[in-house]
Write a protein that binds this ligand. Structure first.
Ligand SMILES: NC(=O)c1ccc[n+]([C@@H]2O[C@H](COP(=O)([O-])OP(=O)(O)OC[C@H]3O[C@@H](n4cnc5c(N)ncnc54)[C@H](O)[C@@H]3O)[C@@H](O)[C@H]2O)c1
Length: 334
């Protein structure tokens, strides 16, 4: 049997702990992956992890891991503002990288990361977890079967109440998933974005935003993201000429209203487990970051960052803006 792929988790907060738990579980049940180290610059977080997960290599600084020959890859769960610095450091040192969403805070850095991964022939994945959601997969199949007819529009609700978030804003935090799912369902990217949004409790940062994404085909996607809504929603509705479909992405439950109304048959997947396993597959299969060569490729992450950037620009300029997406060849040539 081949030796397990050794992965370190960088950032062991709310999301990092979920990833650690899953890596340990996949390791126990398949022997294909091993938790190499856990890094968090907060000793308190590390102490919590040690209590929950037992002995491991716990560190407050990742620098010592950059040249560690045993380490294959890192799963980066640090705050968004650190993604570029941490990911580029590991890629430049020949490590494979999975970065949580959003890939980076701006598109210049996002495409730069894609390029660094290509130059170093390393895997770059992004944490677009719904690529591994069986509900989303079944919805895509329903759309492709033609049962909904010609598609008119898609609507996303990504809401849930949070206390004031200080420096964070809702577009960067919540909109990556709807836009990634939209691309997965439709196989296309929007070319025009119109965004309106507002912060009520934190005046300087948006807490709710309404984003309209127009596609070259004429199809529109409407995305609502909010930290003010008391109802937690992670849902998508697809409306077409012959019917409509609704999916609760968290519960992985869906309804189809066409000639009659039926439940969409879905066997829910463990999305984090599949994401972890897919990263291991990419590393062991040496699936380097050619555009979209793996299910959650860094290029997908960069495309989504372009959309988020357009949304913030639209908000700033109070008008519809074009989405700027460089071609894969242009990124390589830069
Ligand atoms: N895929 C998803 O559905 C999903 C869900 C939640 C969060 N996330 C993403 O995960 C990331 C982390 O979010 P979170 O909610 O866990 O945040 P968090 O604040 O709970 O955790 C971040 C952790 O990183 C540590 N940290 C900060 N800078 C560091 C550095 N330079 N080196 C090492 N550790 C550092 C902090 O001490 C903290 O423990 C974000 O990018 C977020 O967008 C993704």
């Amino acid at each position: 049997m081949t030796s397990p792929v050794r992965i370190a988790v960088i950032g062991a907060g709310y999301w990092g702990k979920k990833i650690i738990r899953e890596i340990l579980d996949v390791g126990r049940s398949t022997g294909r992956v091993q938790l190499h180290a856990v890094v968090d610059n907060s000793p308190t977080m590390l102490a919590q992890c040690e209590k929950e997960f037992g002995p491991s290599d716990y560190r407050v600084d990742y620098q010592g891991l950059l040249d560690d020959p045993e380490l294959s890859g890192v799963h980066i769960c640090t705050p968004n503002s650190t993604h570029f610095e941490v990911a580029s450091s590991f890629l430049k040192h020949g490590k494979n990288v999975l970065v949580e969403k959003p890939l980076t805070l701006n598109s210049k850095e996002a495409y730069q990361l894609v390029k660094i991964a290509q130059e170093n022939k390393k895997v770059l994945c992004v944490g677009h977890i719904h690529r591994f959601n069986n509900g989303v997969r079944e919805l895509r199949q329903a759309i492709n079967s033609g049962i909904l007819g010609e598609l008119y529009y898609v609507r996303f609700g990504w809401t849930g109440f949070l206390p004031p978030q200080g420096y964070r804003e809702v577009i960067t935090d919540l909109a990556p998933h709807p836009f990634d799912i939209c691309n997965y369902l439709l196989d296309m990217w929007p070319n025009k974005i119109t965004c309106r949004g507002k912060g009520y409790r934190t005046k300087e940062n948006e807490e709710v935003a309404f984003i309209t994404a127009e596609h070259p085909s004429g199809l529109a996607a409407q995305v609502e993201v909010s930290w003010l809504d008391r109802e937690k929603r992670r849902d998508v509705t697809v409306v077409g000429s012959k019917g409509m479909a609704y999916l609760d992405c968290s519960e992985q439950k869906g309804l189809l209203h066409a000639s009659n109304s039926t439940e969409i048959s879905i066997t829910p997947s463990n999305t984090i487990r599949e994401e972890v396993t897919h990263f291991v597959d990419c590393i062991s299969g040496n699936l380097n970051s050619k555009p979209f060569s793996n299910l959650s490729d860094g290029m997908l992450g960069a495309r989504v960052v372009s959309i988020l950037e357009a949304a913030r620009e639209s908000l700033r300029q109070e008008r519809t803006v074009e989405v700027q997406m460089p071609l894969a060849e242009e990124i390589r040539a830069k």
